[in-house]
Design a protein around this ligand. Structure first.
Ligand code: COA
Length: 738
């Protein structure tokens, strides 16, 4: 009955909910009202108005303040009702307790977006009022940015409706930030670094508009070449993954996520009221989506700037030109770390550089011009590199030396970059004293990619290549979810789940889990359930020796600890002894344990032990996991994760990502293991979880993996169901009852 009621109310809601306004009007509003425009220069409501005016916003500006009058030459309206015509964006900057009334006052002015600057909502536990505001706004065709934000800057309008610095340079980097204060600081930093922004938006509590909404606009926005995001927690991960996968084959997304450390995660969670999630899961899923994750804000800023300004490479061959061997070796190490391929065709290099490199220099990569190198030596080598089609990018290094005029060199590069003919990607790193530092400080804001640290320089080039590979190879992985060739029997699986529900359990016994594995086409050892010694002998003889026996009890989770597992049983006598021993041990371990029986299974041949899991993650929804180690997995923690949907290729990436992958390829003359078999199980286990919403966790451990072509075998499968409360348990029905 309740179900029908809910369904009906959902239908009514769906019918009456107005269409969502086009995000274009948030980024390109034709009119802006500011509720809380202040007459006092030190107040946020004054600063925002000042920024809107000074950003030369061409649309209509409506400051609202009960005192009326004039602020910064703008007529002030006492109430929103005095304003004639529709308003695209309303910025609200009044104390929290008055915000809801202000939102209500917007409902019949055709307002499309509300940017609520005010703090004091879910971030301090006041979630109820935040929800009421969002519900009201949505019901009246308005969407909410924030609350608890610094506002929005959009170069398209152009408008600076933030209370951050007034002079934002327009350009091609879009920044989305969950932290307001950090965002304001980023505006300042981008100014110092001379980075142009297409937009910067504070998303704060993400009560309604979240990063996925904004990304949907930014993917279409031609002015945006690079997207940089600071996030603390992901709320609607499935949608986030979907949109990221659409963007990264088109433009780079660089993300900084706080909460890597456990303490950081707690701070992030309390800061925004959202879940920070497990950092390894986040990292792996970002990798899956082609997102580039930065370790620090400086790194994210350097990478964003470099990607926005550099030409794309035409291939992977990179060369290092240096006047010092040591710095050249450091750069070689950095290239390995950041996956930059050093060109190593010696013959061709000789041809390219023979006229440029002095006799005593080296023409191997790194090209060493030696400590005597002058500007002219660099100039000749750089021109040789720029003009040869086999070389695709350049790492230009130098140690401060009397012979080298770095100022001339930087000016030469500045001219080459600003030349209409596009030059190849180049990064520079120069190390030295006050003279070098001064020149770096002078040329960096002039958009010369020069750094004093080699790793910083190479990391920029490495990021450019990461993006290059995303654009080259990722296109085919979108929306091609892997699907098991043999579909599992959903009705039979539902039947098992319903029986477990009726038995008031939230977990499946191992034999039930294995039954589901079998239904999904996953190889499992032959198994039977015995309730007495005679049945155990019959099972063992049907299965054939050797066998394994395990206790089945809802009260004994750790079977080995209870003495409830006996392996390698070769005959009838051993089965009888094992049966008695298991019952005896388990009774001693827990005299009140309810014993369902003893499972008798085929003793599987040994192989490489792996683990496969699938679960519903709080942030990302259904995810899968793979790792090596069987019983040691907890210690090794050598696991990888992926979100749905994932292709077979991505499952393969996940398997090859773990550190112990070489063990699967075979070490010391061992044969390669059945990696295809592993991928099959990942896809199948994932599909079971995805199809059966009642299942919260599946863990196949161990999955014994044999040599290539010989398959895999699931030795144990633990399945946990989503928790139901007492009354819901009664509603679970078997298929027959339905
Ligand atoms: N309609 C229009 N104007 C109104 C109003 C209403 N309903 N209610 C109040 N005002 C006016 C006030 O009269 C005042 O104008 P005045 O300065 O000319 O007298 C102005 O709006 C501001 O109101 P005030 O009560 O003085 O608030 P405030 O400026 O001290 O603080 C906030 C308001 C929003 C800044 C504050 O509540 C807040 O949330 N601060 C934190 C903001 C923040 O950090 N956000 C996150 C950033 S990352």
């Amino acid at each position: 009955m309740t179900n029908i009621k809910t369904k009906v109310s959902k239908v009514i809601q769906a019918k009456t909910m107005p269409d969502k306004p086009d995000l274009k009007y948030l980024f390109e509003p034709r009119s802006i009202a500011l509720i809380g425009a202040s007459h006092h220069e030190d107040k946020i409501g004054y600063k925002i108005l000042g920024n809107i005016v000074s950003s030369k916003y061409p649309g209509k500006i409506y400051p609202i303040n009960p005192d009326g009058g004039e602020i910064l030459g703008q007529k002030v309206y006492k109430t929103i009702d005095e304003i004639k015509g529709e308003i695209d964006l309303v910025t609200i900057v009044i104390p929290a307790q008055y915000v809801f009334d202000a939102v209500k006052s917007c409902s019949n002015k055709g307002v499309k977006f509300l940017s609520i600057i005010t703090s004091g909502f879910s971030e301090i536990g006041n979630s109820q009022q935040e929800k009421e505001i969002v519900n009201y706004a949505n019901e009246h065709g308005m969407r909410v940015l924030g609350p608890n934000i610094f506002g929005i800057y959009s170069a398209r309008a152009p408008v600076n409706a933030t209370f951050g610095p007034p002079d934002i340079k327009s350009g091609s980097v879009a920044i989305l930030t969950q932290s307001g204060a950090l965002g304001i600081a980023m505006i300042g930093k981008t100014r110092v670094e001379n980075i142009g922004l297409s937009s910067i938006i504070s998303i704060g509590n993400k009560s309604d508009i979240d990063e996925s909404d904004l990304l949907e606009y930014l993917v279409m926005d031609d002015a945006t070449k690079v997207i940089m995001m600071y996030i603390e927690g992901v709320k609607n991960g499935e949608r986030f993954v979907r949109i990221l996968k659409q963007i990264t084959p088109k433009k780079p997304v660089i993300v900084i996520k706080s909460g890597r450390s456990k303490k950081g995660a707690t701070a992030a969670a309390s800061h925004t009221g959202s879940l920070a999630g497990d950092d390894n899961i986040f990292s792996d899923i970002m990798k899956q989506c082609g997102v580039i994750r930065a370790e620090s804000i400086q790194e994210a800023i350097d990478w964003s700037k470099y990607l926005a300004l550099s030409n794309p490479p035409k291939g992977e061959n990179s060369i290092i030109i240096t006047n010092g061997g040591g710095i050249g070796v450091l750069a070689t190490d950095a290239c390995e770390k950041y996956n930059v391929t050093l060109y190593d065709d010696l013959e061709t290099m000789k041809k390219i550089f023979s006229d440029a490199v002095p006799e005593f220099g080296s023409m191997k990569n790194p090209i060493d011009l030696t400590g005597q190198a002058k500007f002219e030596d660099y100039q000749r080598s750089l021109n040789a590199a720029f003009n040869d089609d086999d070389i695709h990018s350049v790492i230009c290094l130098g140690c401060e030396a009397a012979a080298l005029d770095t100022e001339k060199l930087f000016t030469f590069i500045e001219e080459a970059i600003s030349n209409s003919k596009p030059i190849k990607p180049i990064v520079l790193s120069f190390f030295g004293g006050a003279r070098t530092e001064k020149e770096i400080a002078f040329y960096k804001p002039r958009n010369i990619p020069v750094f004093s640290d080699v790793y910083e320089a190479v990391s920029c080039l490495g990021t450019l290549y990461k993006n290059y590979r995303n654009l080259q190879y990722r296109v085919d992985t979108i929306d091609q979810p892997a699907s098991a060739e043999t579909k599992s029997d959903t009705v039979l699986i539902e039947n098992i789940i319903n029986k477990v529900r009726l038995d008031k359990r939230n977990f499946l016994f191992s034999y039930e889990g294995m039954e589901i594995m079998k239904m999904a086409g996953i190889a499992v050892p032959r198994t039977g359930l015995a309730h007495n010694i005679e049945e155990a002998i019959r099972c063992a003889e049907e299965i054939k020796y050797p066998v394994v026996m395990k206790i089945v009890s809802r009260d004994i989770l750790h079977k080995s600890d209870a003495g409830g597992v006996v392996l390698h049983l070769d005959n009838k006598e051993e089965v009888i002894d094992a049966y008695q021993a298991i019952i005896h041990n388990c009774r001693r371990y827990n005299p009140y344990a309810r014993i369902e029986g003893i499972e008798v299974s085929e003793m599987a041949a040994s192989g490489t032990e792996t683990i496969i899991g699938a679960r519903r993650d709080g942030s990302f929804g259904p995810i899968v996991m793979f790792g090596l180690g069987g019983i040691y997995v907890e210690v090794m923690k050598d696991v990888a994760f992926r979100a749905f949907p994932f292709s077979r290729k991505e499952a393969n990436n996940m398997v090859s990502q773990i550190k112990s992958y070489p063990l699967l390829l075979g070490v010391r003359g061992e044969k390669r293991k059945d990696i295809d078999g592993i991928i099959d199980v990942i896809v199948k286990v994932g599909e079971i979880l995805y199809e059966h919403k009642d299942i919260s966790d599946i863990e196949v451990n161990p999955l014994i993996t044999y040599e290539e072509g010989k398959g895999v075998k699931a030795i144990d499968a633990r399945i946990i169901l989503t928790r139901l409360n007492e009354s819901q348990f009664g509603q679970a029905k078997t298929e027959e009852e339905k």
